[in-house]
Design a protein around this ligand. Structure first.
Ligand SMILES: Cc1cc2nc3c(=O)[nH]c(=O)nc-3n(C[C@H](O)[C@H](O)[C@H](O)COP(=O)(O)O)c2cc1C
Length: 140
């Protein structure tokens, strides 16, 4: 059994839908999955997990949401070295720049990014949710 943490920020629910599907995929046969919005999450949730999925939409101008997600991600700098990690999030008009930057940042923190960041335009359709489930399963 593995411990998986799925931690996300979502303003209008699109990334939350993705997070729920990632958590479902990570459940597997018998894994312990914590699905937490970032305001309920702590650094310990990440430290104690065997694998972590982080979700955040593109906000500002191609950045993470700044009041909750950004400081949380910053707080992970020293604790994600070697940690299996996947990233996901929804966007609208951009080209995914926020996700490319986020991936580089987490690699810079030493995280073990085990899949490409999954980006979905606005509300995820069924096939996007399937991709989210597969992403969650990659953490197992
Ligand atoms: C304040 C604000 C800034 C945004 N900035 C961007 C952006 O820079 N690039 C982009 O592609 N989408 C941007 N979006 C669109 C969101 O990423 C998109 O609506 C996404 O689906 C929201 O996800 P959520 O439902 O999980 O909050 C922005 C939305 C808001 C409200």
């Amino acid at each position: 059994m593995k411990k998986i943490a799925v931690i996300y920020w979502s303003g209008t629910g699109n990334t939350e839908m993705m997070a729920k599907a990632v958590a479902e995929g990570a459940q597997g046969d018998n894994n312990e999955v914590k699905l937490l919005s970032v305001d309920k999450a702590s650094v310990e949730d990440v430290m104690n997990a065997d694998g972590v999925a982080l979700g955040c939409p593109s906000m500002g101008a191609e950045v993470l949401e700044e009041s909750e997600m950004e400081p949380f991600v910053q707080s992970l700098e020293k604790v994600v070295t070697g940690k299996p990690l996947v990233l996901f999030g929804s966007y609208d008009w951009g080209d995914g720049e926020w996700m490319r930057d986020w991936e580089e940042r987490m690699k810079g923190y030493g995280a073990n990014l085990i899949a490409e960041g999954l980006i979905v335009n606005l509300e995820p359709a069924d096939q996007n949710l399937d991709a989210c489930k597969k992403l969650g399963a990659r953490l197992l």
